[in-house]
Design a protein. Structure first.
Lengths: 298, 255
């Protein structure tokens, strides 16, 4: 336990001094502030001057127009935070263990009475805490920026940040585990491709299962099998609710399709099965990381 | 008295097609003994040291460190190891590195407060505020020795400890070894500086191509009227192919 705490503590201290993480953090924090202030200023200038028309030709009220802008902002914010969390996953995953193993620090560390398990656990704890802390601080900033718009979507944002952190942790563990076996740049490239494949499989699964069209049973079966072979990307209800709210403001005519049909193509909130699968994937990746560290001869 | 470290018929190679890096090496080091491990580059000295410290797994043979397998963390509780060409987390400062390692050793706060400043003073790094990434090789070597003695080891392994040190640093390391020996600490010294080994070691093993060529007490290995360097050169030259090591163009006329 002492060993794990020492490894975690000083890995966090090292991370806090890495310029790469600091630059990413500043870019993320600046980006969120600029996005919020920019959209707010833009809407203040434009909303009184323009008219937004509904599908039936009527004009959207100023309150609804502001609501639309807020929804657009939150939608963009979710994308920015998700992207930022993935960047952090690469930055932390590529450096947290790799530099110790490659620089020779591991020689002095592993000759001390500390087990490889304690070392791997300490590194993992530090990496996860760093990820939660950095994305968490940005999440708090995002919620403060949302006050510019009157609020009301804070809950949706909080759950989506949680999902973004969970997805980023999975990717970070892939990079960490791979960088214990191979060069960290190669590890990042492999993880990037893996993340792309995972995203495509998750999106395909969503689309195929939202379609009631016949003749897709074969494709459905293949996609469903593939879906249970990759990590499930966790999603909150926010993306679907944002589209639902936007749709309800803009589309008011009698011949509009049911809103539930419209949003069925948007990923819905992850269920217990998805969360358990995510947990299992995290446990397996932690196990792989430990095996890589244990086998490593320095 | 039981050996602090006992190595029996140790063998190691890094790939199947490679020759043995360590081939049937056996020796023991007792408490208070200074044991010198000598050999030319590639003789297998560092591989042996890394197997003793649990960093590498032997292919065959056995190692007993304080009566245990060195792969078990408890076996390394009383081990201090100053690696050749040491490195540390590069964004930490010297006191932080020692505090990190004190944590790995399980030292309590009171012991840390007492030992870390003294160890830094010994290593000449007391006032140093720069991060490790800004350290010279010599400063890293001093920090390497500092972390090795922090846990008050009963076995101190020094792998080329003075390679990057200035004469004052070398003198300090020699004094440290003498002090440790006198207090019953076993020292395993791996060095190319034969005069240094001859001065501080009681026992010596000379290796070449992974095998022990000669082992014994210093006065057995070095006959009267000779010195360790002569014995070393004779033994090593007799056991590995010789070649003219000076490039021919160096002595060409008009160069």
């Amino acid at each position: 336990m002492n060993g794990t705490l020492a490894v975690a503590r000083y890995t966090l201290l090292e991370m806090s001094r890495r310029r790469l993480l600091l630059v990413f953090f500043i870019v993320g924090a600046g980006g969120i502030a600029l996005l919020g202030i920019g959209v707010r200023a833009f809407s203040s200038l434009l909303v009184p001057a323009i008219e937004i028309h509904r599908s039936d030709g009527s004009t959207v009220s100023a309150a609804d127009a502001n609501r639309l802008i807020e929804l657009t902002f939150v939608s963009n914010l979710i994308s920015v935070l998700g992207l930022f969390a993935l960047l952090m996953a690469f930055a932390i995953g590529m450096t947290a263990i790799y530099h110790d193993l490659e620089s020779g620090s591991a020689v002095a560390i592993f000759s001390k009475p500390v087990s490889r398990f304690a070392f791997a656990a300490g590194k993992l704890a530090a990496a996860i805490v760093a990820m939660i802390a950095i994305v968490g601080v940005l999440g708090v900033e995002a919620r403060l920026v949302m006050l510019l718009f009157g609020g009301g979507l804070e809950e949706a944002l909080s759950l989506e940040i949680l999902a973004a952190v969970a997805n980023a942790v999975t990717l970070m563990l892939v990079v960490l585990a791979l960088s214990s076996w191979m060069n960290n740049i190669v590890a990042a490239i492999v993880a990037f491709v893996f993340n792309g494949v995972t995203s495509v499989v998750n999106a395909l699964h969503q689309q195929v299962n939202a379609t009631n069209q016949g003749g897709l049973e074969g494709l459905k079966a293949v996609v469903n099998v593939a879906y249970w072979l990759v990590p499930h990307q966790l999603v909150s209800s926010a993306p679907r609710e944002i589209v639902r709210s936007e749709f309800l403001i803009i589309n008011t005519g009698p011949d509009m399709p049911p809103v539930d049909d419209v949003v069925s193509g948007i990923p819905g909130p992850s269920g217990a099965g998805d969360i358990l699968w995510w947990l299992l994937v995290v446990v397996v990746l932690c196990g792989l990381l430990y095996l890589a560290v244990r086998r490593r001869q320095v | 008295m039981a050996a602090v470290v006992s190595v029996q018929n140790l063998r190691k190679r890094y790939r199947r097609r490679d020759p043995w890096a360590v081939d049937g090496v056996s020796f023991e080091v007792g408490p208070g003994e200074a044991f010198g491990l000598l050999g030319p580059n590639g003789a297998g000295k560092t591989s042996i040291v890394k197997m003793i410290t649990g960093l590498l797994r032997p292919d065959s043979g056995s190692i007993s460190l304080f009566g245990m397998n060195p792969g078990v963390p408890a076996a390394r509780t009383e081990l201090g190891f100053a690696p050749e060409d040491p490195d540390f987390p590069k964004f930490l400062r010297a006191p932080e590195v020692l505090d990190y390692f004190a944590g790995l050793l399980g030292l309590d706060d009171a012991e840390r407060k007492r030992r870390i400043p003294e160890t830094l003073a010994f290593a000449g790094l007391s006032g140093e505020r720069r991060q490790v990434r800004q350290f010279s090789k010599g400063m890293k070597q001093r920090l390497g020795i500092a972390q090795a003695i922090l846990g008050r080891p009963k076995l101190l392994i020094l792998d080329e400890p003075t390679a990057d040190l200035d004469p004052l640093g070398r003198r300090d390391v020699r004094a440290l070894i003498d002090r440790l020996k006198a207090s019953g600490v076993a020292v395993l010294l791996n060095s190319h500086l034969l005069s240094e080994v001859e001065r501080v070691c009681d026992t010596v093993a000379i290796l070449a191509r992974g095998r022990v060529l000669k082992e014994g007490a210093m006065d057995e290995v070095v006959p009267e009227g000779s010195n360790l360097e002569e014995v070393f050169v004779q033994l090593v030259e007799a056991n590995q192919p010789q070649h003219d090591s000076v490039p021919s163009f160096i002595s060409e006329p008009g160069a």
